[in-house]
Design a protein around this ligand. Structure first.
Ligand SMILES: Nc1ncnc2c1ncn2[C@@H]1O[C@H](COP(=O)(O)OP(=O)(O)OP(=O)(O)O)[C@@H](O)[C@H]1O
Length: 254
């Protein structure tokens, strides 16, 4: 479970997150959506101690991060990063390690797991993401979708309670978006908590149990995807989703 209380963050004196309160419960899938610059990626990075903040708290299980803790980089931050996995938008795989090497690196070097055990678990994870046949391939030999699946297996290798994903669909064609949704659905059956920043409404609609809309550093709306995406209450959410603009498009096409 992650709890965020009155979280605020400024860049160069400019507020980018203001008084954010949110709870991410076990097994829940949250899609963070909203217009560009609204603070989605910044909030995501605050949830596992990748980003420092100026006010409020982030509670991850028994550990509480306060302003200044992230800069200090203490043991608490390291514990939180182990509990909360992160899949970056560009995956950031180690170019000189195979798919299996990428997946076993952190358990061996951060958790001190022995090579044989790390390899066994790594192979099981690569099987889970459908990549058993590619375990000896290097990232440059893998497709974008395959690299992403290695990045997901690598994050899962640390056995996180929560997985954070920044724009998981941005580099995928529509067919691969469907495959990613299927894969995550399988992984979620194991009880993982997922928080994803996304611009892909299909992803939010099909996978999320709830949608949070961020605008100007505030959560302006939240609720189940079927309600928020089909019948948003906030005018800014309606504008972001392009609702009410269809007649104008029809005129253009006529
Ligand atoms: N390192 C940084 N230094 C200064 N300003 C930053 C930095 N990172 C982000 N910002 C600013 O903070 C605000 C929030 O950015 P953030 O990336 O969290 O938004 P976002 O909602 O994820 O946007 P997008 O959908 O475009 O990725 C933006 O105005 C952005 O310009």
């Amino acid at each position: 479970m992650i709890e965020v209380e009155k979280l605020s963050k400024r860049y160069e004196g400019r507020p980018v997150l203001e008084g954010i309160n949110a709870v991410f419960s076990p097994g829940e899938v949250t899609a963070l959506v909203g217009p560009s610059g609204g603070g989605k990626s910044t909030l995501l990075r605050c949830l596992n101690g990748l980003e420092s903040f100026d006010g409020g708290l982030v509670r991850v299980g028994p550990d509480t991060l306060a302003p200044g803790d992230v800069r200090a980089q203490g043991e608490k931050v390291r514990r939180i990063r182990r509990r909360v996995g992160f899949v970056f938008q560009q995956w950031h795989l180690f170019a000189h390690r195979t798919a299996l090497g990428n997946v076993t690196e952190a358990p061996m070097h951060v958790k001190g797991v022995g090579r044989q055990e790390a390899n066994e678990r790594g192979r099981a994870l690569l099987a889970k993401v459908g990549l058993s046949h590619r375990e000896d391939a290097y990232p440059s030999e893998l497709s974008g979708g395959e690299q992403q699946r290695v990045a997901i297996a690598r994050a899962l290798a640390m056995e996180p309670e929560v997985l954070l994903m920044d724009e998981p669909t941005s580099a995928l064609d529509p067919e691969r978006v469907g495959a990613l949704i299927d894969l995550l659905e399988q992984l979620l059956a194991d009880g993982l908590t997922l928080v994803a920043v996304t611009h892909e409404m299909r992803f939010a609609y099909e996978l999320a149990s709830r949608v949070l809309v961020l605008h100007g550093g505030h959560i302006i709306e939240e609720g189940p995807p079927a309600r928020v995406l089909a019948n948003p209450h906030h005018e800014r959410t309606r504008a972001f989703l392009g609702l009410g603009r269809v007649p104008a498009l029809r005129t253009l096409g006529a």
